[in-house]
Design a protein around this ligand. Structure first.
Ligand code: PMP
Length: 315
């Protein structure tokens, strides 16, 4: 379990975490009518700097999720990034961390709906290392649950209520002894993991389900698509994936802010490829970890620094 933060952005300002409280009647707590984001900050020891990875892209998606829920947060991406940086400075973290913005229907009222309610924003950050124990070789199952459909709860929105679907998937997988599960759509194609997008290497082509297959439009997914094309010079195809293709894949991996890039080496006791982490996912992980920690100049625009560098002695 992670420790609670010292501060939170709550009701328009940064307050001690203990003051960031809502009443039990709060709409989102009862009906799941909220949306959230998940960003990572990476500590760069050489620069004594905390670097937030692609915050503008995360907040763009956050605002899109809010829009699906008819929310008016009265803030744009830049405003959200600035609050996040201010919060992280207050928190004073000098280690890897996870940042959680949450927008919620704040009224304390009975009656399920999206309209005629007040929207509120909170943000907090906690120290964070690994999301899964098994980044080098996850053993996953195919969940007997199905992914929420666009006409049920849109999976492209990071909607709090929809995460009950993810919780069913994850708990049943872990209780059955697996690290994670892949979830199929209602039409039987592979969507994603409980909180990760999926990539497959087959015959020299990298394949990932399209955003119309009930997946979250992952920022890490987008990052990997760019890196595979631009840095590794390999084709990436966005198309539906059949379950049986997974068994025949040369390599499979999860992507996500939490999981980062994690190899899937077994599905339901069937080895994937060699049954060990493959060379492509291994290369991608190395590249990704360098980029998120700000070690690759070409991608420095994805790293937003938290702390103002100290003035040099000459200034
Ligand atoms: N799918 C789901 C259902 C998720 O919750 C997440 C985590 N946000 C992802 C995919 C990966 O998205 P991202 O790369 O933006 O973290």
């Amino acid at each position: 379990m992670s420790a609670v933060p010292s501060y939170a952005f709550f009701e328009g300002r940064i307050v001690p975490y203990s003051e960031a409280k809502v009443g039990v009647m709060t709409h989102t707590l009862n009906y799941g009518t909220g949306c959230f984001g998940g960003l990572r900050g990476y500590w760069n020891e050489d620069e004594a700097q905390l670097l937030v990875f692609r915050p503008r892209d995360h907040y763009r998606r956050f605002l899109q999720s809010a829009r699906l829920l008819c929310m008016e947060l009265g803030m744009d991406e830049e405003g959200l990034v600035n609050i996040t940086l201010e919060l992280l400075r207050a928190e004073g973290l000098r280690q890897d961390c996870y940042i959680r913005p949450l927008a919620y229907k704040a009224d304390e009222t009975i009656g399920v709906r999206l309209h005629d309610l007040h929207d509120a924003l909170t943000i907090f950050a906690v120290p964070f290392g690994r999301y899964v124990d098994n980044e080098e070789g996850a053993h996953v199952t195919i969940s007997s649950w199905r992914r929420v459909s666009d006409n049920t709860i849109p999976a492209r929105g990071k909607i709090t209520g929809a995460y009950v679907n993810s919780a069913f998937v994850k708990t049943d997988a872990q209780r059955a002894g697996y690290d994670e599960a892949l979830v199929l759509n209602r039409d039987g194609h592979v969507a994603e993991g409980s909180a990760e997008n999926l990539f497959m290497l087959r015959d020299g082509v990298v394949i990932t389900p399209p955003v119309t297959d009930n997946v979250l439009e992952g920022i890490t997914r987008r990052t990997i698509i760019s890196l595979v094309r631009d840095e590794l010079g390999m084709p990436v195809v966005e198309r539906s994936i059949d379950r049986s293709e997974l068994y025949l894949a040369d390599e499979l991996w999860f992507s996500g802010t939490g999981v980062q890039i994690a190899a899937i080496t077994r599905i339901d006791h069937r080895p994937i490829g060699s049954g060990k982490m493959g060379p492509l996912v291994s290369d991608l992980r190395e590249l990704y970890f360098d980029i998120v920690r700000g070690r690759v100049a070409k991608y420095r625009h994805w790293n937003t620094p938290v702390y103002v560098p100290e003035a040099s002695a000459a200034d």
